[in-house]
Write a new protein. Structure first.
Lengths: 467, 473
């Protein structure tokens, strides 16, 4: 029986498969030929469009001339290709965007993009049928076109499209929703902020949210810090997940604003009083460590008299990751290193010790001084080990090794010769930390004095004091 | 004797038919899934928002861990390739696993590295560390020199010194596309369910032109053995992995290029030292860990982050690689035996694991039986050929169909092998694969099964000598 079955199906099956193989082979070859032909057309079009766009963006050709020439090229059949070329550069500088936007408007591309975005997206098939759209049936791959349209509107920062993009946040397809969120972030229309923020609760609480928290967070964080006040309601939400997500967004906004201010060498404007009160007065004492950690991040950027004392307190938080962020945030205020740093250098969690050592080093001379003082006085083995690592990370050990590896230095270098690099490092650190013999420490101190590196001189003092 | 052979032939026919239906039926479904998935993903690349990921302060930093043992010919190019990667914040940790050649020396010279002191806080088991090296020119580069262990041991050492929330494992012979890490991170940040491991596509580097650590021109290798592997990689990554990913039964993300969530990987126990395919073992263990701890976790596979790897150019190296893969597969299946048909694991437990064990694992025994029984049956009872031949032909035709489909899908979607000549060559090799190459690979898989049965745990090293420099022409 099985053999009969095999005989019945195997031959036709094999023949069918062979036919499929032949068909697929031909299809692949034809597709390759057509793609190369299409590629040639695209290249031809590109050779016409690109110089025009280049000249326009460089300001060496009149806008009207470019528009006329592009209109002549953009017959309907070539419109998609023209779109490709226009939208090819997705990393446009701010000054080029208005030109491209005007070009897209004048070439009549915006209307079709907006049309695609609303054609099938935000309505159910039943509604579509009722409206007589697309024969009452959504294109199965319509979401690809809708997402592309949202992306394009975002690239050219087309402000009037923001209501459509907010509508697209309720699109049946997740891809379109994410693309719309990104586009809204690029456009940065303040009115659209609430539309995005409305999705925060579901992003934080739903097991499978309509828009996942990361893209939503990225989109909202792209808005200026001045918009952060609109998140107040979420910052006081009864669910800690929502408070944490909202606080994380404000923290990212503050980080971006601080980076922009630093670039332009100006001060970061203070938080709105109401928002500052929420963060520094209430959320700083939130039950959830996740929320406190976000508060710490914000307090690291904001210029408010309450920030530093608060951060010093939070450097003693029961949760290690709050302490870790507190020490990093304290360093951002660039104040004289305080006892909070020294305390963190002996923290039971190595990540906090590591952060404290790194931040002290990053503070420059006063920080390094504190670090080395702590190194020579503390009895905490782990703390010393951490500082030793930081000395290495800061690039001091190579100079030390060089100094001791150079026979011309005048000291007793023979003792160093037979040792491996790691042994040398260990010996040096032992000597510096006053754990070695007097002879070792003296040798190290005198060697360091000879070195022109000012940081090594600090080490030399530590070493000499130790002896 | 005659009746014995006839009965064996009948039984084998049945076995082969069942194997054919289960194996190829699954492959057909995977293929259909993959065609849709890859095509859609290709379309989505036009609105992927990579720029937003690049600019956002919320994009997490990543550490690339490169385990290296006797990789003197390729290691410097690989590190250069990673240094050029387009990603906001990247750290590189090369773990020299006690190389006896010039791997470490070349790294130290090429990147002007100097010894440094680092505290070891082992959270995962690994052999003792000899020394750390840092590069003042490339502050993100750390080299760890440790005593000889194994690849998973070296990976664990790298994980112990990782300070970023995600790490990416990369083989020492690999070259990354410039935005590969960004593309690998994208699903992690976009997913609505936490992703604990994310894998990308591995393609064959042989035949490509590498300039300054980047693949400048994609080409086909000259050797037939390597060309067969190009087809094999396309089939494996486009059909197998993409299909399983869509079905929710991902079992493998290639350790040659995979991203993991640091804390989850550590909590799950890191890379296992007992298997020779530590990547597959970790992916399965991560899923078991998630179920055991009631956590939501997903494994993601994406078809556009590309890592180019040097495939074996000689039969001897191919043999080592395939024996190891087969041995590792069986070792991992044995370790995962508690997950088979366990409802908690869904598609993974009910379909993916049994399929891999039956078709990919034990299947290595079924096919060779055919090569023995068919000629024997033909000699003893020529009439049997009437039943056996169509099955064999069907099997070969289907195998050819899958390979040709993979090449066609590559042409429709990413078309990295762009010339008509290259495409025609690939199609020809997709058809020829069944005549010689398949049997050769089968022979090595069989050896892998034997090693598993004899309890071998030997890691067979595939040496990439000169092949990379040939690629870097």
């Amino acid at each position: 029986m099985p053999n009969g079955l095999i005989l019945r199906f195997a031959w036709p099956g094999a023949l069918l498969l062979l036919l499929c193989v032949t068909g697929l082979t031909l299809f692949a070859l034809l597709r390759n030929a057509s793609r190369r032909l299409q590629g040639r057309h695209l290249l031809e079009l590109g050779s016409e469009v690109q110089p025009l766009l280049g000249a326009l963006l460089a300001g060496s050709i009149e806008y009207e001339d470019v528009l006329r020439q592009l209109r002549a090229l953009g017959a309907k059949s070539r419109q998609a290709s023209l779109e490709n070329w226009l939208m090819a550069d997705r990393d446009l500088s701010a000054e080029k965007v208005p030109l491209l936007r005007r070009l897209c408007e004048d070439l009549g591309l915006i209307g079709p993009w907006q049309g695609r975005l609303v054609a099938e997206g935000s309505q159910s098939p039943a509604q579509n049928r009722h409206d007589g759209r697309a024969g009452g049936r959504a294109h199965p791959l319509g979401f690809v076109l809708r997402a592309e349209a949202a992306e394009n509107l975002g690239i050219i920062r087309h402000r009037p499209s923001w209501p459509l993009l907010v509508e697209a946040l309720a699109d049946p397809h997740a891809t379109v929703r994410s693309a719309a969120a990104r586009a809204l972030a690029q456009i940065g229309e303040p009115e659209s902020f609430s539309g995005l923020a409305e999705r925060l609760r579901s992003a934080a609480l739903d097991p499978v949210p309509p828009i996942s928290s990361a893209p939503l967070k990225m989109a909202l964080a792209a808005f200026p810090l001045s918009e952060a006040g609109r998140l107040s309601a979420f910052l006081e939400d009864p669910c800690w997940q929502v408070r944490s997500l909202a606080a994380g967004i404000v923290s990212a906004m503050a980080e971006q604003a601080a980076a922009a201010c630093a670039e332009q060498e100006r001060e970061l404007p203070p938080l709105e009083p109401e928002l500052a009160e929420i963060f520094l007065g209430r959320l700083a004492f939130d039950k959830s460590p996740e929320v406190r950690a976000r508060v710490v991040d914000v307090a690291g950027y904001v210029d408010d008299a309450r920030c530093v004392p608060l951060l010093r307190d939070l450097a003693n938080d029961p949760e290690w990751f709050v302490r870790l962020r507190a020490v990093r945030a304290l360093a951002r205020h660039k104040l004289t290193p305080s006892s909070a740093f020294s305390r963190c250098l002996t923290d039971p969690n190595w990540r906090v010790r590591e952060a404290a050592a790194e931040e002290l080093c990053a503070l420059g001379s006063p920080g390094i001084s504190t670090l080395l003082d702590h190194f020579s006085t503390t009895q905490d083995r782990y703390s010393r080990e951490q500082i030793a690592e930081q000395i290495g990370k800061a690039g001091l050990l190579p100079s030390l090794l060089e100094t001791f590896g150079d026979p011309g230095c005048g000291s007793d270098t023979s003792r160093w010769k037979g040792r491996s690099a790691s042994e040398k490092v260990e010996a040096l650190l032992t000597a510096l930390g006053n754990r070695g013999t007097r002879k070792d420490s003296e040798a190290v101190g005198s060697e360091l004095c000879l070195n022109p590196d000012p940081t090594l001189s600090v080490l030399s003092k530590v070493s000499t004091t130790g002896t | 004797m005659r009746s014995l052979v006839s009965s064996a032939a009948d039984l084998f026919n049945l076995l082969l038919a069942a194997y054919f239906v289960i194996g190829n039926g699954t492959y057909t479904v995977l293929m259909l899934f993959s065609v849709v998935s890859v095509w859609l993903h290709r379309r989505r690349r036009t609105y992927e928002g990579l720029q937003q990921l690049r600019d956002s302060p919320l994009t997490p930093p990543v550490t690339i861990i490169i385990p290296a043992w006797n990789e003197q010919d390729v290691i410097v190019d690989s590190v250069r390739s990673v240094l050029q990667t387009d990603y906001p914040e990247i750290h590189i940790c090369v773990v020299d696993d006690g190389s006896s050649d010039e791997t470490l020396a070349r790294l130290l010279t090429a990147f002007a590295m100097i010894p440094a002191f680092r505290i070891s806080r082992p959270r995962l088991p690994s052999r003792p560390i000899r020394c750390f090296y840092v590069s003042p020119e490339n502050p993100g580069l750390l080299v760890i020199s440790k005593e000889r262990g194994s690849k998973p041991d070296a990976l664990n050492a790298g994980v112990n010194h990782c300070r970023t929330p995600y790490f990416c494992t990369l083989d020492a012979d690999c070259v990354l596309d410039h935005d590969a890490i960004l593309r690998l991170m994208r699903p992690v940040l976009r997913s609505r369910v936490p992703i604990v491991a994310s894998g990308g596509v591995v393609r064959v580097l042989n035949g490509c032109t590498v300039v300054g650590g980047q693949v400048a021109k994609v080409g086909l290798p000259r050797g037939a053995l390597e060309r067969f592997q190009v087809v094999e990689y396309l089939r494996s990554f486009f059909f197998g992995r993409t299909g399983w990913n869509l079905a929710g039964g991902t079992l493998i993300v290639s350790g040659a290029f995979a991203m993991f969530h640091l804390e989850t990987a550590i909590e799950a126990g890191g890379f296992n030292l007992d298997t020779v395919t530590e990547d597959m073992e970790l992916v399965i263990r991560l899923q078991r860990w998630a179920v055991d701890h009631g956590r939501k976790a997903r494994i993601s596979f994406t078809s556009d982050p590309v890592c180019w790897t040097q495939c074996p150019a000689t039969v001897a190296m191919l043999a080592r690689q395939r024996r190891r893969w087969q041995l590792g597969l069986l070792q991992t299946m044995r370790k995962a035996s508690g997950m088979f048909f366990n409802p908690s694991f869904g598609v993974l437990g009910f379909i993916s694991l049994p399929f891999h064990a039956l078709v990919e694992g034990i299947g290595a025994l079924v096919e060779p039986m055919g090569y023995l029984i068919i000629p024997l049956a033909a000699c003893v009872d020529p009439a049997r050929l009437r039943f056996l031949l169509p099955v064999v032909l069907l099997s070969l035709a289907y195998s050819g169909f899958l390979s040709v489909s993979a090449v066609a899908l590559e042409e429709v979607t990413y078309h990295r092998y762009s010339s008509a000549r290259e495409l025609a060559t690939l199609l020809a090799y997709a058809l020829l694969e069944n005549f010689g190459y398949r049997q050769l690979v089968l022979w090595y898989r069989l050896q892998g099964v034997v090693r598993f049965l004899t309890g071998s745990r030997k890691w067979e090293k595939v040496v990439h000598i000169a092949a990379h420099s040939e690629a870097a022409s």
